[in-house]
Every structure is written in C-alpha cells, then in structure tokens.
Ligand binder design. Structure first.
Ligand code: ZN
Ligand code: ZN
Ligand code: ZN
Ligand code: ZN
Length: 329
C-alpha cells in the first residue's frame, strides 16, 4: 500500500485550476502548522522532517532504509497505527548537499510531504488508475516546487546563473528550471541583475557608501546578493535627510530647532552613533531613515541604538521584499 514515487516523472498537461488552488491551500496550512517564517527560507527538508517527527503535529515517522535504487523515498500511511512512515533510500543520501544531484533529495522530501498534505496516501494504491497515480505525482511535485521556491522568493532573486540560484534554494538545477517553467517565468533567468548586499540583500545605498546601511557589512565584501530586498523606511525623511516628525515624541517639524527636537531633544537626523554636536566627532554622517548602520564607518546609527529600528533580520518579510514591478522601473 505504499506510495511509490519514481523520480523524473514525465511532464503531463498542466494541473487544473481547482487542483492548483487546493495545493496552494494545503501548502498554506502546512506552513502555518509548522510555524515556518519568511526568514526560514531557503528550506532544508532534512530539518523540516526532523521537526515533523519531533512535534507529531501530524503522526509521522521517517527512517533510512535499503530500497531499490530507482526509489529515492517511499511514504505510506499505516492505518493500523494511524501514522505516516517515510522511508528514505539510504544509498541516495548525500548530506550536507554539495552538488546539484545531492540537492535532489531536498525536493524528494518536499514531494513526499506533498503526498501527505494533499491526502494522497489514505487511498490504497491498487484502487487508483494509472492516470490518477500520475496526476498525484504531478501534484506532489507542484507542492514541493511551491514549498521550496515560493513566488515571493523567485520574484526577488538575482539569477546570476541557474546553478547559483538552484544552490541558494537547495534544489537541483532541473527542479528550479521546471518551477520557473510552470510559473511561465523562464524569462527571469536572463532578467536584469540588481546589485544587492551579499549579506542582507539590501539594494539601496548612498552614493559614497562604504558600508551597507542595513546590516553594516563593508561594501567591498561584495554586492552580488542572490536576492534583492527593500527594507521599509519606518522613519520618513525629507531630501535633507531630516525627519518629517520626531521619531520619539512625534512632534511636528515646527518644533525642531537646529539638530534636535525641542520637546524631547532627540536628534532629527539619523546620525552615526559616534557623532556628537559638542565635540569633534569621528564621523558625522547623517544616514537614511532605515539605516541601522552608518554607511560611512559601519558603526550603529543613532536611531538604531535608540531602539527605533528593529534588527534587519526581523524587518525582512513579505511586505518589504522588492516586488518585480518596483525593481524594474
Ligand atoms: Zn510521489
Ligand atoms: Zn547588508
Ligand atoms: Zn521629540
Ligand atoms: Zn559613521
């Protein structure tokens, strides 16, 4: 009664809209059940199945077995114990992933999770038609593609090469190519690259910046980030990089005098934290409203030290990833 998945299943006609909606819904439920946050991508399914086994939110176990070579993994539902069992072919595991071929396992595990979440396994295999089985394989592949390479990640990717992007998503080159093809977005492979910080993937910099204002990494360490992310400007400024209202007491700019807010004496510029208006400062650069680090010297900024900006790792979510339409204007 096993669900046997043969890899490299041939491409069939596209899945109907109602099944794609079902897959999207079940995927959403899976992400919510296991508390997967945006910052958890790229996903490593070897860790994910460990979490599934530990939490038992779904009754689930897995193990490594000697299986015929053509199978990477087999998952079945044991009705006597009400449990899903995933058997992974021991001889096919290369971990940590190094080559494109090693990363196939990540996709296989996501595919097996797909069979569980899409409820393919409770109907015995001998009651299914050949076409029905093929359709389920295709659905599990679609689930895996969306789980490992969600739209919001794909659209914010710099595709320097198929290999580099596939490595980033921890999938094989073939899996990424098929995902782009299913999205009708193979054009992304040759789309314009936007320079972004190789650490936080921020893509906005001041003209003479020496450091990334979001994560503080020196610019010389590279602007070849795989993704392109816009970090939202929480503290709004005018063209002189002066705040529109005091970020602490919210006073209007009519209450400003010189460099400070009259009411609470907060600086109205996001200075480098080494700046002081009373003596010679090492650095007096006024940074943008979302800078956590000084773009000239890399020290924390005044507003970041005051706790007015959250750490960049927490500020990155769906709402601040660069939409394609923003990126290409
Ligand atoms: Zn399968
Ligand atoms: Zn950065
Ligand atoms: Zn104030
Ligand atoms: Zn500075």
């Amino acid at each position: 009664m096993s669900e046997i998945c043969i890899s490299n299943s041939p491409a069939y006609e596209k899945l109907p809209a109602h099944r794609l909606e079902y897959i999207a819904l079940r995927l959403k439920i899976f992400i919510r059940l296991f508390g997967i946050k945006n910052s958890d991508w790229p996903l490593d399914c070897t860790k994910l199945i460990r979490k599934m086994k530990e939490t038992q939110i779904i009754p689930f176990f897995y193990g490594f077995f000697r299986l015929p070579d053509k199978y990477e993994a087999i998952t079945d539902y044991r009705s006597d114990h009400n449990v899903y069992l995933m058997q992974i072919n021991r001889s096919r595991v290369r971990y940590p992933f190094e080559t494109s071929a090693d990363r196939r396992l990540n996709f296989t595990l996501a595919h097996e999770i797909g069979h569980i979440m899409l409820d393919h396994l409770k109907v015995p295999r001998n009651l299914k038609t050949k076409a029905g089985i093929a359709r389920e394989e295709q659905e599990a592949d679609e689930f895996a593609g969306r789980l490992l390479m969600p739209d919001f990640m794909i659209y914010t990717c710099n595709f320097y090469s198929l290999e580099k992007a596939a490595e980033y998503f921890m999938v094989s080159k073939t899996a990424l190519w098929i995902r782009l093809n299913n999205m009708n977005r193979l054009d992304l492979l040759t789309s314009r690259k936007i320079r972004s910080c190789s650490c936080c993937e921020n893509m906005t910099f001041s003209t003479f910046a020496e450091y990334c204002g979001i994560c503080g990494q020196p610019i010389r360490q590279g602007l070849n980030g795989i993704r392109k992310i816009i970090y939202p400007t929480v503290i709004r400024m005018d063209k002189y990089k002066r705040v529109l209202s005091c970020p602490v007491c919210k006073s209007e700019n009519s209450n400003f005098s010189g460099e400070r807010c009259n009411r609470c004496s907060t600086y109205i510029f996001n200075y480098c934290s080494s700046y002081s208006d009373s003596c010679n400062s090492e650095c007096s650069f006024a940074n943008t409203g979302n800078a956590r680090f000084c773009e000239m010297c890399g020290k924390p900024t005044y507003y970041y030290e005051k706790g007015l900006l959250q750490p960049w790792q927490e500020a990155c979510d769906y709402n601040c990833v660069a939409e394609e339409k923003i990126v290409y204007v």
